[in-house]
Write a new protein. Structure first.
Length: 227
């Protein structure tokens, strides 16, 4: 199977141009956080499927779509790339400082809820998130509990985050179908949205990602490179 290894702020994906199945993903993903299947491509656009390590499909990934955009740009020289994931399109613009700004589209923030004594805010970034305001070290307890709770029949991504200062947040993430990862693009957006910040840097163990909002539309800036 042809694949190349890429990372985006510590989030590692294998980019594959072959058709994938759950079995192939589980056999080949290794220690990566997932696989990106390139299903179609042009000079400045591509269509991908995002696979979790357990062989399930994810609706969206901020870091994954950024990797896909940089992977294509490395081959074609494009500076603006559209990444299609199911019905959603992510527009990525390569900046001069080796960063990429992505337009991830609209974000929906739900009313605060409580499950098993854990208060959280549900956020939809094209994929589901449950954001908990608390000590990020709690992610190993809170993440597995909320991910598979009956409240989320398709499971959910989970973040535990706290404020560090104006426009600065610290977070750890439990990704659905993967477990804890070093960072997550859509998680950064979900955390900023849940905390009501229009412009913020979300610091994960693997590094920070910048999020800004124009209305309910989220823009995410971070790096991506071959690993």
């Amino acid at each position: 199977m042809r694949s190349s290894r890429w990372q985006a702020q510590g989030n590692v994906y294998l980019v594959a141009e072959d058709q994938l199945t759950p079995e192939l993903v589980r056999e080949n993903v290794g220690d990566a956080d997932g696989m990106l299947e390139v299903r179609a491509r042009g000079d400045d656009w591509l269509e991908i499927a995002i696979w979790n390590t357990d062989g399930s499909l994810a609706e969206m990934s901020g870091n994954g779509t950024r990797i896909a955009a940089c992977w294509l740009a490395a081959q074609t020289g494009a500076r603006d790339v559209t990444v299609r994931v199911g019905p959603r399109e992510v527009h990525a613009r390569l900046l001069d400082d080796d960063l990429v700004e992505q337009d991830l589209g609209t974000v929906r923030v739900g009313e605060r809820e409580e499950l098993e004594g854990i208060a959280f805010t549900p956020v939809d970034v094209g994929n589901p998130h449950a954001v908990v305001d608390g000590d990020p070290a709690e992610i190993l307890r809170v993440g597995p509990l909320l991910e598979r709770h009956s409240r989320f029949p398709q499971r959910t991504n989970v973040q535990v985050a706290r404020r560090l200062g104006p426009g600065e947040l610290e977070a750890r993430v439990w990704e659905r179908g993967v477990g804890e990862t070093g960072s997550s693009g859509t998680s950064a957006v979900a955390v900023a949205a849940a905390f009501g910040l229009a412009d913020a840097t979300v610091h994960f163990p693997a590094g920070g990602l910048r999020v800004r909002f124009e209305g309910d539309r989220a823009f995410l800036t971070g790096p991506a490179a071959p690993a």
